[in-house]
Write a protein that binds this ligand. Sequence first.
Ligand SMILES: Cc1ncc(COP(=O)(O)O)c(C=O)c1O
Length: 417
Amino acid sequence: MNRQVNPSIAFTRAEGAYLWDTDQNRYIDFHAAFAPHLLGHNESKVNNAVESVIASRSSLYGSGPNELETSLAETVCQNIEHVEKVTMLNTGSEATALAIKLSRAATGRQHFIVVQGGYNGNSDELACNVFNTIAEIGERVSPGEYPLRPLGAGTVINEQRYVHVINYNDLESVRYVCQRYPVAALITEPVLQNIGIIGPDDGYLSGLRELADELGFVLIFDEVKTGFRHALGGYAEICGVKPDLVTYGKAVANGYPISLLGGKAGLMDLLADVDPGKRPLAAGTYNGHPAAVAAAIATLGILKERGGEIYSRLDTLGRAAEAGLQQAFESRNIVGTVVRLGSAFSFYFMDHAPRDFHDLLTNHDFERDVAIRKALIDVGIYFIPIATKQCSISASHTMDDIQCMLEQFGKCLDAVA
Ligand SMILES: Cc1ncc(COP(=O)(O)O)c(C=O)c1O
């Protein structure tokens, strides 16, 4: 459903930074399929790894672990300090749901905290409160919590009595909820990247760490979107705050379906506890599928070998995009702010970078945002036509691609002014 957008384009192939549709129109892709394609589409080393694992007659055994999984687990644990143990699943949603279950099993508590404007997957309890109207959630509250608003129909409201929604960048509300309920976990994207890019205030993430230590809840960083895109160790490596558990997906295998849940050994060991009463269920027929595991090994191999060069190149391209977009707004006297983190960027029709969801909701021009995205698609620049959605640069983009995007962005800004 989230792929059903207007205009609806049937793409037939993709290579590097480009997409082609059924009429052979080419688009420079800044959507990257909601961000996995960090290295670009159909990266040859990643594809070769998948082809050779199939050619080697490796298969899905349904019993394990096997050599490939062990190799991926070793790579992750050796390169990410706060991941002492790791398990493999297929989607980000499975990883975040399991992280919550594991936190409950570890603490014996049932309540957990999520952040307004964060997306943590499609499971019943987690799928709530990303985009809402003021009528739905009310004005900004601090300290306090927002009414829970499921992301769609069909969820059992009773089951959601354990979920508490608070504001991003709001430590007081964490304490507020913890004083009222036995909280097992707080799960958050360290940077909110599903409503553009909203970053942490100084001291916010370290403040979460301190509160988790003081109040005994499990701190989960949902790095499904930020992981590997910003650094091999995700945003945790950049901010220097270590979560207890972390989830990865998307960029970990450059577009192949695999996700990871990792973290402190003391927690992760529960997944293999001999006592079924203590062990959360982490089942999945396709967990550790060799094609996806091979893709992840190849992706991480590239990032280990050339990460320094790749991340610095992405930053250079990102910086050019940021400066050019900001200039496009300023030279036309159109109110706009560009926010960027490495290879991810967003633009807002407002005079400052949003600090939280309410700030965004009350100041951004959502209609103009969608209008410019549609205009860009018409001229071969693919920004997903959903307001505020992050744009992603891949290692396959060139400075020419960025310049071409900027040129068209300026023209489209004129058209939607
Ligand atoms: C931060 C975050 N967490 C979890 C998910 C869910 O991942 P998936 O769509 O692979 O289930 C997403 C997907 O966009 C995400 O951005």
